[in-house]
Write a protein that binds this ligand. Structure first.
Ligand code: NAD
Length: 247
C-alpha cells in the first residue's frame, strides 16, 4: 500500500527533515528530498535511503518562491508521481531582540517558515483534493505557543503555522485530507548547535522533564505516525514534542 505513496519533505538535506525522509523511506514510501542550497547533503540522504533499498530523489527549490515551488511540483510529479504526503519542514532562525531586528530578518523568517508553508500546501492540496486523499504535516515549534526572547519573528512564524494548521484542516477535511503539526521543543540539530552550552540553553535543559534535548529520530517517529493510515482521525492538531518542557 505504502509503495504507491509519495512524500515531499521540504528542507530535507539535514536535521529533522532528513530524519523524516529516512523514516518514511524505510516504510516503502517514495521520498522527494527538497533542498535549497546543500546539494551534497541532500544526495547523501538519498544515497543512504537507496542503499537500504528505498526510493528517493533530490529536488532543488527555494520553497519561499512561488515559481520555484511550481517547478518543484512539476519535477516531483514527473519523476515520482503525485505527492500524497507533505511535510512542511524547511525553516530558519534569525535571532535578534525586537529593538535590534532589521526588517530583512523579519521577512526572511516569515517567508521561509510561514509563507513557504502556504505556497507548498496550496499546490499540494490542489492535487490531493482531486484524488480525495492527503496528509499534510507542518513542523511548528513550542515557540509558537510560548514567547521566546530574541525570536519575535520565529515565534510569529510558528504561531502562524499552528493557526494555519487548524484552518487548513477545516477546509480540507471533506476531501479526506488531514492536516496536523508537530511542535518540537529543543531538538539537537544544526539549528540548535551550541544552544545547550549557552546560559539560555542551560536554563531550558533544567526545565526539560526528560533531562535532555530530543533527537531527530524522535521527531521522525511522531511524523511517521501522523502521516500514516493508522492516523486517520486526528486533524487540525499540533502535537507538542518537548520532553515535558512546557508542562
Ligand atoms: P536545520 O537547520 O538542520 O534544517 C532546516 C532545513 O531547512 C535545512 O536543510 C535548510 O537548508 C532548509 N531550508 C531553509 N530555507 C529553505 C528554503 N528557502 N527552501 C528550502 N529549504 C530551506 O534545522 P532543523 O532543526 O532540522 O529544523 C527543521 C524544522 O524544525 C524547522 O522548521 C525548525 O524551525 C523546526 N524546529 C526545530 C527545532 C529544534 O530544536 N531543532 C525545534 C522546533 C522546531
Amino acid at each position: 500500500m505504502n509503495n504507491n505513496k509519495v512524500a515531499l519533505i521540504t528542507g530535507a538535506s539535514k536535521g529533522i527533515g532528513a530524519a523524516i525522509a529516512k523514516k518514511l523511506a524505510s516504510q516503502n514510501i517514495k521520498v522527494a528530498i527538497n533542498y535549497n542550497s546543500s546539494q551534497l547533503d541532500a544526495l547523501q540522504v538519498k544515497n543512504e535511503i537507496t542503499a537500504l533499498g528505498g526510493v528517493a530523489e533530490v529536488f532543488k527549490a527555494d520553497v519561499s518562491d512561488r515559481q520555484a515551488v511550481s517547478r518543484l511540483f512539476e519535477e516531483v510529479e514527473s519523476v515520482l508521481g503525485q505527492v500524497n504526503l507533505l511535510v512542511n519542514n524547511a525553516g530558519v532562525v534569525e535571532n535578534r531582540l525586537l529593538t535590534n531586528m532589521e526588517e530583512e530578518a523579519w521577512d526572511k523568517v516569515i517567508d521561509t517558515n510561514l509563507k513557504a508553508c502556504f505556497l507548498v500546501s496550496q499546490r499540494a492540496a490542489s492535487a490531493m483534493c482531486r484524488s480525495r486523499f492527503g496528509r499534510i504535516l507542518n513542523i511548528a515549534s513550542t515557540c509558537g505557543f510560548v514567547g521566546t526572547v530574541g525570536q519575535v519573528n520565529y515565534s510569529a512564524s510558528k504561531g502562524g503555522i499552528i493557526a494555519m494548521t487548524r484552518s487548513m484542516a477545516k477546509e480540507l477535511s471533506s476531501y479526506n485530507i488531514t492536516v496536523n503539526s508537530i511542535a518540537p521543543g529543543f531538538i539537537e540539530t544544526d539549528m540548535t548547535d551550541g544552544f545547550d552550552s549557552s546560559p539560555q540553553g542551560r536554563q531550558v535543559l533544567k526545565k526539560i522533564l526528560m533531562s535532555r534535548p530530543g533527537t531527530v529520530a524522535e521527531v521522525a517517529n511522531m511524523a511517521a505516525f501522523l502521516l500514516s493510515d493508522e492516523n486517520s482521525y486526528m486533524t487540525g492538531q499540533s502535537v507538542v514534542l518537548d520532553g515535558g518542557l512546557s508542562v
